[in-house]
Design a protein around this ligand. Structure first.
Ligand SMILES: CC(C)(COP(=O)(O)OP(=O)(O)OC[C@H]1O[C@@H](n2cnc3c(N)ncnc32)[C@H](O)[C@@H]1OP(=O)(O)O)[C@@H](O)C(=O)NCCC(=O)NCCS
Length: 169
């Protein structure tokens, strides 16, 4: 299977924050942002694998900055690394200043998707070849995040998490 670049899978979704999507402080409701990120990540995973994909885990979400009603929000998702059947998707969320048009980073998240066949059984996916400096950094750290996610999900023993041992021991 031929390797692909992260840019081959990029999905950029831009949308407004409308009144039904906010919390009592008139900022974007967290669950709404999670859904937008899941959709964008799912499209990126599908573009990379050309398969049916399912969300296996949400590894990390940082709601660093509230996003007010009326904002223009851009969710950008790209495959950062793949393993055998799973794909790590890195998501950056930006807001856009109405007057200047300047974009500011609001949030980021990391999701794991698995490619499956029509019966839901995991299938292999192409490798990723990172190109830019940030893509290389994200690629290098992805194995650590995968092991942490598997340990937290009870699917890997901490003793087998070689990358995490290197961090803490
Ligand atoms: C995700 C799913 C396909 C994994 O199936 P499984 O029987 O556990 O299969 P495997 O153990 O072979 O795991 C498949 C891959 O997922 C990875 N994986 C599974 N759980 C994971 C987790 N919590 N975090 C990171 N990776 C995970 C495995 O490491 C493996 O990766 P690899 O092949 O690249 O090494 C299965 O659990 C599933 O269908 N879950 C429901 C998905 C869904 O409905 N999502 C929407 C939620 S509403």
């Amino acid at each position: 299977m031929q390797a692909k670049y992260p840019s081959d899978s990029i999905c950029i979704m831009t949308d407004l924050v409308l009144p039904g999507e906010t919390n009592p402080l008139n900022n974007l409701f967290g669950g709404e942002l999670l859904a937008r990120m899941d959709r964008a990540a799912s499209i990126a995973a599908r573009r990379h694998s050309r398969r049916i994909v399912v969300t296996a885990s949400v590894n990390h979400v940082a709601f660093n900055r509230a996003i007010p009603l009326g904002s223009v929000v851009t969710v950008e998702a790209k495959v950062s690394r793949t393993f055998k059947t799973s794909m790590e998707i890195y998501i950056d969320v930006w807001t856009e200043d109405r007057e200047s048009g300047t974009k500011a980073k609001a949030n980021e998240a990391i999701y794991t998707f698995v490619a499956v066949d029509e019966t839901g059984r995991p299938v292999e996916v192409p490798a990723v070849e990172p190109q830019t400096e940030i893509e290389k950094q994200r690629y290098d750290a992805a194995l650590r995040r995968k092991q942490l996610s598997l340990v937290l999900a009870g699917k890997m023993s901490p003793h087998d998490a070689t990358e995490l041992k290197a961090l803490f021991l």
